[in-house]
Design a binder for this molecule. Structure first.
Ligand SMILES: O=P(O)(O)OC[C@H]1O[C@H](OP(=O)(O)OP(=O)(O)O)[C@H](O)[C@@H]1O
Ligand SMILES: O=c1cc[nH]c(=O)[nH]1
Ligand SMILES: [Mg+2]
Length: 213
């Protein structure tokens, strides 16, 4: 598993405002989208392209276009849905599939409650969206699910992670034949005793969609 942490002052600025407990839901949603667009630029460095010749008004130009089959973007509901718009702004022709997953807050085990993805992902590049990589259980299950369907290149875009979650994910994905990259806006200090990222930003799903203060 390859890990990339995007270092850019705009990413750091937006992440700091996102963390702030006084940032309200509408602002949190907008910042999440903006951050994902910045991360997506880095995360799509290996997106497959094919040579394409076009006629400009003046001459012939040889360039590239995204290859077929199109990339597949997979937000993990609920919190990953807040990242979708930011990703499709950069890759508007991507196909979108959905995985609904929830972590049991007592056992910290991830369970899948919904799935709407193509049956056959052979030869597909997949981009998984989930803002939080905490214990790594959710992301490991999602990556294995996509690999079992035949995806041959998987990139996970997350906002923040805990170091112990990244190491656990690395262990859980060891031996997986499919190359997997995780792109982050920031690596935090640790997990607390109930599996939350410290300093983190709290419960991303609640801050995006939930629960009035
Ligand atoms: O790395 P892990 O320890 O598995 O935890 C991370 C998961 O927890 C959060 O989702 P949650 O289960 O709260 O669901 P939600 O998106 O519906 O809020 C988050 O969005 C990740 O999916
Ligand atoms: O810190 C965390 C951990 C899991 N899920 C969240 O939303 N936040
Ligand atoms: Mg949640």
């Amino acid at each position: 598993m390859d890990l990339r942490i995007v270092e850019h002052p705009l990413v750091s600025h937006k992440l700091t405002v996102l963390r702030d407990r006084t940032t309200d839901s509408p602002t949190f949603r907008r910042l999440t989208e903006e951050l994902v667009t910045l991360l997506a630029y880095e995360a799509t460095r290996e997106v497959r392209v094919s040579e394409q010749t076009v006629q400009t008004p003046l001459a012939t130009a040889v360039g590239v276009r995204l290859s077929s089959p199109r990339p597949l973007v997979v937000p993990i509901l609920r919190a990953g849905l807040g990242m979708l718009e930011g990703m499709t702004r950069l890759v508007p022709t991507a196909e979108v599939g959905f995985l609904g997953m929830v972590r049991n807050e007592e056992t910290l085990e991830a369970a899948t409650y919904a799935e709407r993805l193509p049956e056959d992902l052979s030869g597909r590049q997949c981009y998984v969206l989930d803002p939080m990589l905490a214990t790594g259980g959710t992301l490991a299950a999602a990556v294995k699910f996509l690999a079992a369907r035949g995806a041959d290149h998987i990139t996970c875009i997350c906002l923040i992670a805990a170091p112990e979650g990244v190491e656990r994910l690395r262990g859980l994905l060891e031996g997986l034949a499919v190359p997997c990259t995780v792109v982050l806006a920031g690596m935090d200090e640790k997990l607390n005793e109930v599996g939350y990222i410290i300093p983190g930003l709290g419960d991303a799903g609640d801050r995006l969609y939930g629960v009035a203060d």
